[in-house]
Write a new protein. Structure first.
Length: 151
């Protein structure tokens, strides 16, 4: 979820420009990932051999995430889908290392193809607390999109 407030999915001039089409992803809050890590590190014997893939509680398209950001900020935000190869080249031209550009290409293709992550219960199973939904994340993060001033 923090990609929408801190990295390559931050809205610029009311647009989130990314080559994901109508594909969905179960975007996850980094704080939920940290909670899973903390729980497994503080009680390793309970998680021995376990494999976790923390996800958010709902799969969203970037357009749906943009709509949520619009709602909490009061500003129009939309998803602009672009050609993936052109997008990756632009990201690299802006200073992102080539290797990271390749990772972004793979991530965008995975979402666009409909193979994005699907919600699971790993966060709640490990921490006892449900995963953060995107609307709650957006409300908590509104200051990032309003120039640091919460509404």
């Amino acid at each position: 979820m923090q990609d929408f407030s801190e990295t390559f999915l931050v809205p610029v001039d009311g647009a989130i420009v990314v080559a994901t089409g109508d594909g969905a992803e179960a975007f996850v809050d980094a704080e939920d990932i940290a909670a899973v890590v903390a729980a497994t590190l503080t009680n390793p014997q309970s998680h021995e051999g376990a494999e976790y893939s923390p996800t958010g509680p709902q799969a969203l398209t970037v357009s749906e995430a943009a709509s949520t950001i619009s709602r909490v900020t009061g500003q129009a935000v939309r998803h602009v889908n672009v050609d993936r190869r052109s997008w990756v080249e632009a990201v690299i031209a802006s200073g992102v290392p080539v290797e990271y550009g390749e990772v972004l290409d793979l991530l965008a293709e995975t979402i666009a193809s409909g193979r994005g992550s699907r919600p699971n219960s790993d966060i709640e199973k490990v921490t006892g607390t449900p995963a953060t939904n995107f609307a709650d994340f957006a409300q908590r993060t509104v200051a990032a999109w309003n120039g640091g001033a919460a509404q």
